[in-house]
Design a protein around this ligand. Sequence first.
Ligand code: GLN
Length: 539
Amino acid sequence: MKYIFVTGGVVSSLGKGLASASIGTLLEHRGLKVTIQKFDPYLNVDPGTMSPYQHGEVYVLNDGAETDLDLGHYERFTNCVLTRFNNLTSGQVFESVIKKERKGDYLGKTVQFIPHVTDEIKARIHDLSSMNPEVDVIITEIGGTVGDIEGHLFLEALRQFSLEVGRENVCFIHVTLLPLIRAAGEIKTKPTQQSVAKLREIGIQPDIIICRTEHDLDEDNRRKIAMFCNVEKKNVVAFRDVKHTIYECPLDLRRDKIDRIVVDNLGIESPTPDLQDWEDFVDRLIKPKHTVDIAVAGKYIELQDAYKSIYESLTIAGAAHHTKVNIVRVDSESIEEHGAQNIIGEVDGILIPGGFGDRGIEGKIQAAHYARSMRIPYFGICLGMQVATIEFARNVCGLEGADTTECHKDTPHPVICLQEEQKRVEDMGATMRLGASESNLLPGTRAAKLYGGADVISERHRHRYEFNPDYLDQFQDAGMIIASTSVREGLVEIIELSDHPFYLGAQFHPEFQSKPNKPHPLFSGFVKAALDAKVTVPA
Ligand code: GLN
């Protein structure tokens, strides 16, 4: 097994996650099997309880782990399917050490940061490697910036780890920033030198330095960085700001042959990669034949990362139809104030993503109503499916005051409510219906057709409240189609309307299973419907 460790220097938000994912893409195209793991030095056990303002999206894995959004990049950029072992936080490390201490596992020793905490971190890399014996390379990205107090133990653990498994089996990659000082018209390498010096202080000598730059990296700067950071000149790699899409990142890193440097460094024999499929995908993104405007209405719309996987899934589905998806970000609270017509206006499709709590929910219900009554393609995900249900209950079934008990405990018509077992839950962390589970599809429905006639599908979940089965008959009598129910509990998974160009709600999160080489069928169907709606409406 070979190991790549990706650290970051100078500033955060350098695109370390994208760099790690892109290296994964390139290695896979060389025929290697990879898995990618993220270490997050914060004290939360997982990001599941963090606000989107803190953390952006929570990315959910098949096994129900609530993880950092970088894991979304890893799964989209590679073929790996990740598990909870692919995201380690300081919270988990300390939780485990303290549990062991209480159990007496340390046999009376003084429990210390070194070796006990660092051992715990190293164990996680070993665990991942024994769980994935077929994998050739494990890529581990360390969150935060070198020099942060909270990241120190992780770096110390990596240093020890490389000594134990043999330095020849480990490649350290350091991602830094080369700022451009406009007044002087100069790119500066000093911050890079200093952050590498910090790394070497801990005993880690990077093998490769990835330099984020707005522009190209000239020979002079390359030489300077090589000389003062003690790496070979060819191992100083430029990572430019991509022009159009993040999916250009692997192609950009390939320009300086990072994959070749990595495999040479690790002593792996593998052929030069054929990136044709990836290039074709990027080409479809950059040179679309059509465009559609899709409104996404949520309460965290001003944040870049809160609905990351949804945006990526739309982009990926668009590429499959040679279509650029313009995302119109709509604040659900302003719909409440000014009405759906005024705020959303003319769009080709409306998507309501998942969400929690009552802020902005009436705006989302209005958006669902607007889509249904104006025959605009609608795709509701999780809460988006629940608001479509509430809207239908109120305006088609005539159930006045219908609501979800998440927002109105004493609604006369709890069409969305807690299941018995959820009522007893008191903790907030990791207590939802989480992760992948199977659902049956009703043959002949739009959903079944989109899934290519499959009988059973597996999708990822992250929610507490469910479609209330007491109301099933009333909904079906009024024309709603229950296209899918969960295999185990018979819970409603997909609702749809047939007398509408596209009106579909899914209780699960299809956005966590969209890849460039496998656009999600529901996203694909939605974008196609938006495109058709656009073509058939005379301008
Ligand atoms: N708040 C809703 C629930 O818990 C929806 C969750 C979501 O959209 N992820 O059921």
